[in-house]
Write a protein that binds this ligand. Structure first.
Ligand code: NAP
Length: 248
């Protein structure tokens, strides 16, 4: 049976690794991205070179119009989805809460919270047996930050991941009897570009001493956890959280 997956923010980092691993495991993959078309195309090429099928679709997950366009494109070009990885997410430069203005808070919450809700909504409309779908699975990419709070760095980002955790619990229960499982992974500190976006490209070198395993994680380690949660091996697992944090 054809398996179709959407990975939001699939052009770089954890999303790119997830898209490539998913294709190796037989999924046709939509690689969503925000701006970096070159990176998205190179993920698609890498999948195609290994004999897989993938498309790249631009779209800001914070935009309802873009999300509807993204899902419609996938319906047309790949077919019915059975898997969504709500991975797109970002953070802003490190600062204390008293320096955060409303514009920043709204940008972070719109991309990380509203974006995940909108994509989950479009996925449920298509997957739920209530609407004639064949079921499926959603994995939300949360963060260990949702438990740690990210003091002095980005409490707004950490709080946005807390909202994702609550959505994971609620949505998992809402659609559990409609053929859809909803889970989350909580990465710790993983080697990607996101730390440069926060203004500290070498952040992992600073914080790894506080991690029980004394190292950052690799994107493939998160991708493997995501693919497991999406797989039939996790068939009775919903509303749960899988930490990929090195023990923190
Ligand atoms: P990254 O390397 O910075 O890549 C971010 C990806 O998301 C890119 O593909 C980017 O597209 C896309 N993106 C950003 N905003 C978007 C939007 N509004 N709409 C659509 N796509 C958007 O990030 P990452 O480290 O792989 O992070 C992936 C997820 O893991 C995020 O949710 C992040 O919060 C979470 N996470 C990461 C870590 C970590 O240490 N890296 C830890 C915990 C959780 P473009 O290429 O077009 O810019």
């Amino acid at each position: 049976m054809k398996k179709v997956m959407i990975v939001t923010g699939g052009s770089r980092g954890i999303g790119a690794a997830t898209a490539i691993l998913a294709a190796e495991r037989g999924y046709d993959v939509c690689v969503n991205y925000l701006r970096n078309q070159g990176a998205a195309n190179s993920v698609v090429s890498s999948i195609e070179q290994r004999g897989g099928r993938a498309i790249a679709v631009a779209g800001d997950v914070a935009s309802e119009t873009d999300v509807i366009h993204l899902f419609n494109k996938v319906d047309e070009q790949l077919g019915s989805i059975i898997a969504l990885v709500n991975n797109a997410g970002f953070l802003e430069p490190q600062m204390r809460l008293e320096s955060m203005d409303a514009a920043r808070l709204n940008r972070v919450f719109a991309a990380n919270i509203t974006g995940s809700f909108l994509c989950a909504r479009e996925a449920v409309k298509r997957m739920s047996t209530l609407h004639g779908g064949a079921g499926g699975a959603i994995v939300n990419v949360s963060s260990g930050a949702s438990r740690l709070g990210s003091p002095g760095e980005y409490i707004d980002y950490a709080a946005s991941k807390g909202a994702i955790n609550t959505m994971t619990i609620g949505l998992a229960k809402e659609v559990a009897n409609e053929g859809i499982r909803v889970n989350a992974v909580c990465p710790g500190v993983i080697y990607t570009d996101i730390h440069a976006s926060g203004g500290e490209p070498n952040r992992i070198d600073r914080v790894k001493a506080f991690i029980p395993m004394k190292r950052g994680g690799q994107v493939i380690e998160v991708a493997q956890a995501i693919l497991w949660l999406l797989s039939d091996e996790a068939s009775c697992t919903t509303g749960s959280f899988l930490d990929v944090t090195g023990g923190i």
